[in-house]
Design a protein around this ligand. Structure first.
Ligand code: ADE
Ligand code: ZN
Length: 339
């Protein structure tokens, strides 16, 4: 077998975690149309092909405009359950053993869908995946950064009766013009409640936004973080704080964060000693789930077996799963790579 084939089969077989995944970004066009029909919602696109043809983005905002339209078909608890379960089934078949999922409650509350409907649908699917396959999960409620801090505070109040189902808080949506410092107070309130915190930073925004994620939000990890590489002192600080970067290769390509997969900085991140991980972000929109992201790196970059191992290991070690589960998964990863 040549090297690409060997690495591809290892990547597919290895136990993987997904630490950066927006559940609303897993909406496959077929399922979106089926739910639109079930709920009598009119989509802007008449056919699946017409919708797919619109998946050409030149930046994050292009994508977000479509993403918010897509989620408009989610109305009932069963819709959130079906969406989540379809994603979990898919990644279970790819040997993903643990997922950490974002959801965007404000994107649904604004359409009159209550918080309980959203979280119970998602949570029941996560619970079923654990009992069927032993797949573990964490749920991250994300604030939309194009909205105000006041709206984030209101969302936190609404979420309070459900905090036992929520493990962490994130910050997503349009980055440029909405720096992390806009949300300093609400993230402090979240940390005081014992929640972990993470934020999208340095996807399109400058290194200054990543500094703010560290110093004002006081993140436990960084989502994307690509532009942190522009600032040497920032790289040193991220290493000092041992923060993970949840990197999303196919997303970066689709949203023009990188021009060519060949130039993706993930290997450089590893060389610099940063804890990079591989994730899919919004797989239904960006052309691939976990295995596709690894395959793209194998086919387009000169990634080595050692780097592949390191990425999978980071995914387990840097997740928010229990220590005993981490040890068990690291052991099976070791035996696969050392076989
Ligand atoms: N929401 C869903 N996907 C996102 C991304 N890649 N960046 C920011 N917000 C998002
Ligand atoms: Zn994201």
């Amino acid at each position: 077998m040549n090297n690409t084939k060997t690495l591809t089969s290892l990547a597919k077989a290895m136990p993987k975690t997904e630490l950066h995944l927006h559940i609303e970004g897993t909406f496959e066009p077929d399922q979106m149309f089926a739910l639109a029909q079930r709920n009598n919602v009119q989509l802007k696109y008449k056919t699946v092909d017409e919708l797919k043809a619109a998946y050409q983005f030149t930046n994050l905002q292009d994508f977000l405009d479509l993403y918010y339209q897509g989620m408009s078909v989610l109305l009932k608890e069963a819709d959130f359950y079906d969406l989540t379960m379809a994603y979990l089934e898919k990644v279970h078949s790819e040997n993903v053993i643990h997922v950490e999922i974002f959801f965007d409650p404000q994107g649904h509350l604004s359409r009159g869908v209550d918080f309980e409907t959203q979280i119970h649908g998602i949570h029941k699917a996560l619970r079923d995946a654990e009992s069927k396959w032993g797949m573990t999960s964490r749920l991250i409620m994300s604030f939309l950064r194009h909205l105000s801090e006041e709206s984030a505070f209101e969302t936190l109040e609404i979420a309070k009766p459900f905090l036992h189902l929520i493990d962490g808080i994130g910050l997503d949506s349009s980055e440029v013009g909405h720096p992390p410092e806009k949300f300093t107070n609400v993230f402090k309130a979240c940390r005081d409640l014992g929640l972990k915190v993470t934020a999208h930073a340095g996807e399109e925004g400058p290194p200054e936004y990543v500094w703010q994620a560290l110093d004002t939000i006081k993140v436990d990890r960084i989502d994307h973080g690509n532009r942190a590489l522009e600032d040497e002192n920032l790289i040193t600080e991220i290493k000092k704080r041992e923060l993970t970067l949840t990197v999303c290769p196919l997303s970066n390509l689709k949203l023009c964060v990188v021009d060519d997969m060949q130039d993706h900085p993930i290997r450089k991140m590893l060389t610099l000693g940063l804890k990079a991980t591989v994730n899919s972000d919004d797989p239904a929109y960006f052309g691939g789930y976990m295995n596709d992201n690894y395959v793209a790196l194998i086919e387009k970059t000169q990634i080595t077996k050692e780097e592949l191992f390191q990425l999978a290991k980071n995914g387990i070690e840097c997740s928010w799963m229990d220590d005993s589960a981490k040890q068990a998964h690291l052991k099976s990863l070791d035996s696969l790579f050392l076989a």
